[in-house]
Write a protein that binds this ligand. Structure first.
Ligand code: ADP
Length: 167
């Protein structure tokens, strides 16, 4: 790279996002300020049954991030580090809630570092208001007719109720 040329920093925030919650959206907004471009990577994993299809999960995130110009949503499959490299990114962003997230996240970060030492993982701490929030909790509450307002972006509340009703 010529001297004086600033490298474009691209971050990848990967996950299942089944569905997007306010916890995820908060991480997306905060991470978008740390990079020139942030790609939300939605994992296609046929071994894991999801409530929302790949296309639906991408559409819900797009709907909630359309006003953040440097955020893009893309699906990926296979190794995360391969997706990171394909996108010319070098940083993985993950969110941390309680201590219970730590073990799994550490394992994943270590494994990714082992496979691709040039790729860094950074962690953003959850906002205190979202620290108890998970996609599975949201689905559980919605299935039983509970109130999910305030747990997920307003724009997706109806999509979630509709989906659990028809599932
Ligand atoms: P996974 O990628 O393990 O399938 P998710 O798609 O739910 O899980 O989450 C993607 C990332 O967002 C993970 O790093 C997860 O820890 C983080 N995350 C999930 N919920 C929250 C929350 N409420 N606050 C902060 N980070 C969160």
């Amino acid at each position: 790279m010529p001297m004086g040329t600033k490298k474009t920093r691209i971050g990848i925030y990967p996950g299942s996002f089944d569905p997007l919650t306010n916890g995820h959206l908060d991480i997306i907004i905060r991470a978008s300020r740390l990079f020139d471009s942030l790609i939300v990577g939605v994992l296609r994993n046929d071994a894991k049954k999801t409530l929302f299809s790949m296309e639906e999960r991408v559409a819900l995130i797009n709907k909630c991030t359309k006003d953040i110009p440097n955020v893009k949503v893309e699906m990926f499959e296979g190794l995360l580090v391969d997706f990171v490299k394909k996108k010319n990114a070098d940083t993985i962003v993950r969110g941390l809630r309680a201590v219970s997230d730590y073990e799994y996240e550490l394992q994943m970060a270590m494994m990714n570092k082992h496979i691709s030492p040039e790729v860094e993982t950074i962690f953003l701490m959850t906002d205190i208001n979202n620290s108890f929030l998970s996609s599975s909790m949201v689905k559980d509450v919605a299935v039983h007719g509970g109130n999910i307002q305030g747990l997920v972006p307003d724009a997706v509340v109806d999509d979630i109720y509709k989906k659990v009703k028809n599932d």
